[in-house]
Design a protein around this ligand. Structure first.
Ligand SMILES: [Zn+2]
Length: 135
């Protein structure tokens, strides 16, 4: 492996604007003891063993792939997008428990907007929906 082992960073093949950062990933091990109770072996968590068995040298890439998949599902299924400029990591994603963006005034959906209306506003809104001022 190229690079300084102390830094935990490798030169990236993607170019000067990207690099990889090393994180420590703990995997649980279980002690196997002999009849005298002495530890003779440490055995890795079996899910991790199976994961490596299935994916081989690609196991780290699969961890990254599952992370991307999980985040995409969460973003798509539990967030909505307001009309703010998409800036930063959160861009204009709002969590579903947030009904309104107080920066741009967007509502999650019509139901959330109607739910916060006063009785008078609701009456006006439904009257409009039904086709205007004919009473
Ligand atoms: Zn907004």
């Amino acid at each position: 492996m190229v690079g300084n082992h102390k830094s935990g960073r490798k030169p990236s093949p993607e170019g000067a604007s990207e690099r990889s950062k090393k994180y420590t990933f703990y995997v649980k091990e279980y002690a196997r003891t002999n009849s005298s109770g002495n530890i003779v072996e440490w055995i890795e968590d079996s899910y991790f063993q199976w994961f490596k068995r299935k994916h081989g040298a690609q196991w780290q890439e699969m961890v990254r792939a599952y992370m991307r998949w999980d985040v995409q599902q969460w973003k798509n299924n539990h967030h909505w997008r307001c009309k703010c400029e998409p800036i930063g990591i959160l861009q204009n994603y709002k969590h579903n428990r947030v009904d309104k963006c107080h920066a741009c005034g967007s509502w999650k959906n019509k139901a959330a907007q109607v739910a916060q209306m006063s009785q008078t506003q609701k009456a006006e809104y439904y009257k409009e929906l039904m086709g205007g001022d004919n009473e």
